[in-house]
Design a protein around this ligand. Structure first.
Ligand SMILES: [Zn+2]
Length: 187
């Protein structure tokens, strides 16, 4: 398997290829790493982003948000997630930061299933579901569809996006320079 660590050797290749000082490239790498570290906590982000977009339409609130937050490390409820819904405003899911990540995704998918039921079905039917409605295990079934979809993606859909080597990535980015010559990029 190729190694995609951004080593000092890669940094100097980037600096040479794009004619920027190694020092600047290194600063940018360090800045990016702060974002990459935070990104690891954006579980099920595609699903959440898509649901947010739909809920902004349904609720008419352009600021509708779905928040996933870890509780304090000292919290006792490991392997449990809880959700709070503020109708038309936001949906917040809380979880323990020590929860196994694979299991956490299952729990988040289940909680998102609740939101899906409350808002999506209510928008199609006569306000039948509320935060208090007993909607187990229907929310779990929607969670199962989410995790099936994610596995289908990870196992079967990612191959076209993969580069074979760090050099292949740099080569594809070098094509962007064609813009300066009014040529379309080819990759
Ligand atoms: Zn539930």
């Amino acid at each position: 398997m190729p190694d995609f660590t951004v080593t000092d050797d890669i940094l100097s290749k980037i600096a040479n290829q794009f004619k920027i000082s190694e020092e600047t490239v290194k600063l940018l790498r360090d800045f990016y790493m702060t974002i990459a570290t935070a990104m690891k906590r954006q579980y099920l982000a595609h699903v959440i982003r898509t649901m947010e977009d739909r809920l902004r339409e349904i609720t008419g609130n352009a600021m509708f948000r779905i928040i996933c937050s870890p509780v304090a490390e000292s919290g006792k409820n490991i392997n449990m997630a809880s959700a709070h819904y503020y109708r038309g405003r936001y949906f917040a899911i809380f979880y323990h930061p020590s929860t196994d990540e694979k299991q956490l995704r299952i729990m988040l998918a289940h909680e998102l299933g609740h939101l899906f039921l409350i808002e999506f079905l209510n928008s199609k039917q006569e306000n039948e579901y509320t935060e208090k409605t007993k909607i187990e295990p229907i929310s779990t079934i929607l969670g199962i569809f989410t995790i099936f979809d994610k596995n289908e993606f990870y196992h079967n859909k990612t191959a076209p996006f993969k580069h074979n080597s760090p050099e292949a990535i740099l080569q594809d980015f070098s094509l962007l320079r064609n813009r300066a010559d009014n040529k379309f990029n080819i990759s």
